[in-house]
Design a protein around this ligand. Structure first.
Ligand code: ZN
Ligand code: ZN
Ligand code: FE
Length: 759
């Protein structure tokens, strides 16, 4: 019976060549294919080449079909298949399955893997006293460990990484050479005998003894330790200690912008935050982002870790070193090792000088971080990811583009800067660089561009940048372009193009582009824009009524001034019982009034972010802020979803007038309506306005797809509700899942618009 079946197989056999692209090298893909083929008794071979993995298999068509299915379904955890190309071939009557020698890799078309959190198998070794890697801070394998941050250039081989200086010992080398081993071609493979080491430093000198024990003691005593991690240094302290956290805030000059915390495991995370199943999955994913979660109360955690917002950013230890430092039950503040406004520190020397005044001690190691990469920040929206910052664990995995683009570089905006290096159907979004307001950040930006261009061998033929003439990223593009075209893309158009691109949409959409600030085409500051847009063009069909922004930055830092400007624009008197009016001194009120009446040092803005600020001030939530979007975040945190009433904008085509909303906020607040209810009614007002404007535009323009983008849509209460109601009204709704709705996703949209312009 058995032998007859085999005869039939040979007679009816088929041979297929598969070319698999994506992240398929250095992730255990060849051993996986080898094992699968042996199990299915298929003949052929598998190997690496410049574009990815090639496979030839021969056997009965039904078995080949199973092979094809399991290739996708059972691929190793660290692999990310992008495409599988298949070609039928003549059968060779071959037998046996082998791993073929690698074909010389000269082009850089293979993808670079993002860094991966330590896998369970490596954790067990780390915790097993009989394992040779027991408590070794650099345990890793093909399924986990550093990737992007240690890669100097492509192809991804050990000599091209910062592991180059360590020579593998015999045992490590035999693991590396053995296709059956979990460390087959694991480039950062190491052990205590041959790999990097950790040490503890204080006052500039190395302290002998156990680094982990020494560091834990500093934290237990209420101090701050700088810890070298995967993408750079963190500043760490005990999140239960009010004194330690306030010390860190004082040294960093960070007043109340929330700190993220790190815990050892899911159980500890559950003790400080409420988690849904989706959030647990995200928290424990191999990307291990900081996940924004509703904070539990009465946990003993210092209130000043994440004051006022109701949320806490939690991440689970993602390197063996973190795992050794932080034990179950511990909650450590882990914030980027930098001074406010500067990029994250990644080199030992730099840490010694720049972090000396911030940290009491250092946990150092000698595996160099070639690419500084901050932690990613994610939220969940109706079960889907909503990126707030896309960085470690995600970069430099490309966004698949819906159209072919020429090699180009989009330089993003000013805040939360990232860039997009694009070519063909790949949009390589950079890691988070920071706010491009100083030369240090610009240098970091420039270095990151150089590295990614080398990695992916993309030489830009053109540049895309924001319309704003003052942005450093734009000036940098003009300087570097050297005769190549620089396309200026309007900020809110770029936001909408960004959400279209990641959703694979090219046809025109109704775009709601709501954020804090973006340079308009009419010399006003935009931010509450309704556009009809595709990649080639946009039309501004509606916008929030403009209000004067008195003194620019001062109005951004002091929402009460923004509220007073909105009141003035709406013709509502500055009554002293209104919280924002009371917050201003009589002198300030007098100066402000003169400024507004004479239109001195005032720019007009249609910003939705500023309207959130004004409402937060009017509802008595916050009069001054110390970080971007603080007032809006706090308003969202307060919103009481059980209330289903809403305020109403007055829509007078093309202007959306918030005056009636402001009057309602004042009326309710004065009547003693709880602030959470006022906050919710305002959120619902914005949603109601979005839906009614969308319906009007659909009737007029015949477009049924809506895109929601811009920093305001980081607000999940707003975005979730808007999507639900739009869908109920028959719209297709595009929201962000891959890149942030804030300016961290801007470069993707710029790339699309610029490439469409030259087509
Ligand atoms: Zn591992
Ligand atoms: Zn070794
Ligand atoms: Fe923006």
């Amino acid at each position: 019976m058995e032998s007859r079946d085999i005869m039939t197989i040979v007679q009816q056999g088929a041979r297929t060549r598969f070319v698999v692209t994506g992240i398929v090298q250095g992730v255990g893909f060849r051993p996986f294919v080898h094992g699968l083929a042996i199990e299915l008794r298929l003949a052929g071979f598998v190997g690496n080449d410049s574009s990815g993995v090639f496979i030839e298999t021969e056997g009965p068509p039904a078995v080949l079909e199973e092979f094809r299915r399991r290739l996708y379904e059972e691929a190793p955890p660290a692999a990310r298949i992008q495409t599988v190309e298949e070609t039928s071939m003549a059968t060779l009557g071959a037998s046996g399955f082998s791993i073929a020698p690698s074909v010389a890799r000269s082009s850089g078309s293979a993808l670079v893997s993002p860094d991966l959190a330590t896998c369970d198998a490596c954790i067990s070794e780390l915790e097993n006293p009989t394992d040779r890697r027991y408590r070794y801070a650099f345990v890793n394998c093909t399924n986990c460990g550093p990737r992007f941050t240690i890669t100097l250039t492509m192809p991804y081989d050990r000599p091209q990484t910062t592991m180059d200086r360590f020579t593998m010992c015999e045992r490590c080398h035999s693991e590396y050479e053995n296709p059956q081993d979990r460390r087959f071609h694991a480039q950062p493979n190491a052990c205590p005998d041959c790999g990097p080491e950790v040490w503890f430093e204080r006052n500039g000198s190395r302290v002998t003894g156990h680094a982990v024990t020494a560091a834990r003691k500093v934290v237990a005593d209420g101090g701050v330790v700088a810890v070298k991690g995967l993408g750079g240094f963190h500043l760490a302290c005990d999140a239960f200690s009010e004194l330690a956290v306030s010390l860190l805030r004082e040294r960093k000059g960070r007043v109340d912008k929330p700190f993220a915390v790190m815990v050892a495991d899911l159980d500890t995370a559950r003790t400080i935050a409420h988690l849904t199943d989706d959030e647990e999955e995200l928290l424990m994913s191999r990307e291990r982002p900081i996940t924004l979660l509703p904070k539990k109360h009465g946990t003993g955690l210092s209130e000043i870790v994440a004051p006022w917002t109701g949320h806490i950013g939690v991440m689970v230890a993602y390197t063996p070193l973190h795992r050794l430092l932080i034990t179950p039950g511990d909650v450590w503040v882990m914030t980027s090792g930098n001074r406010s406004q500067e990029p994250i520190v990644n080199r030992n020397e730099e840490a010694r000088s720049r972090l000396a005044s911030l940290a009491d001690a250092f946990v150092m190691h000698d595996r160099d971080i070639h690419v500084p990469v901050d932690d990613s920040v994610m939220r969940k929206l109706d079960g889907a990811d909503l990126p707030v910052r896309r960085s470690r664990g995600y970069a430099p995995f490309p966004v698949a583009l819906p159209i072919d683009v020429p090699p180009l570089l989009a330089t993003g905006g000013e805040l939360k800067a990232t860039f997009c290096l694009a070519s063909g159907r790949h949009g390589f979004m950079s890691q988070h660089i920071g706010d491009m307001e100083n030369l240090e950040t610009l240098d970091a930006f420039s270095a990151a561009v150089g590295h990614m261009q080398g990695l992916f061998r993309v030489t830009p033929q053109m540049f895309a940048t924001d319309l704003h003439p003052g942005y450093l990223s734009g000036r940098w593009a003009e300087r570097i372009a050297d005769g190549r075209p620089v396309v200026r893309v309007q900020h809110h158009h770029a936001h909408i193009a960004s959400v279209m691109a990641e959703n694979g949409v090219t046809a025109p959409v109704i775009g709601f582009s709501f954020d804090g600030t973006g340079y308009g085409t009419d010399a006003t500051i935009w931010g509450g824009e309704v556009l009809i847009a595709d990649f080639t063009r946009f039309e501004r069909l509606a916008h929030l009524a403009t209000a004067p922004l008195p003194g620019g930055d001062a109005a951004v830092r002091r929402p009460y001034r923004m509220a007073m400007a909105h009141l003035w624009a709406a013709g509502i008197p500055w009554s002293l019982d209104l919280p924002p009016v009371a917050a201003a001194s009589p002198e300030e009120r007098r100066v402000l009034l003169t400024q507004l009446e004479r239109n001195l040092n005032v720019v007009q803005t249609s910003s939705m972010g500023r309207l959130f600020d004004a409402v937060a001030a009017l509802a008595g939530v916050r009069q001054e802020v110390t970080y971007e979007a603080q007032a809006a975040l706090e308003l969202e945190a307060l919103a009481d979803a059980t209330d289903d009433d809403h305020y109403v904008f007055e829509v007078r085509d093309p202007v959306i007038d918030p005056a009636p909303v402001l009057r309602s906020v004042i009326r309710d607040t004065q009547a003693g309506v709880p602030v959470g209810v006022v906050a919710m009614r305002f959120h619902r007002a914005v949603v109601d306005m979005i839906v009614s404007v969308a319906i009007t535009l659909r009737d007029r323009e015949g477009i049924g797809t809506v895109g929601l983008s811009g920093g305001v849509f980081q607000n999940v209460t707003l975005t979730g509700l808007a999507r639900r109601l739009l869908e109920e009204n028959g719209f297709r709704v595009l929201t962000h899942r891959l890149v942030p709705p804030n300016d961290g996703g801007l470069a993707l949209g710029q790339a699309m618009v610029a490439s469409a312009k030259v087509r």
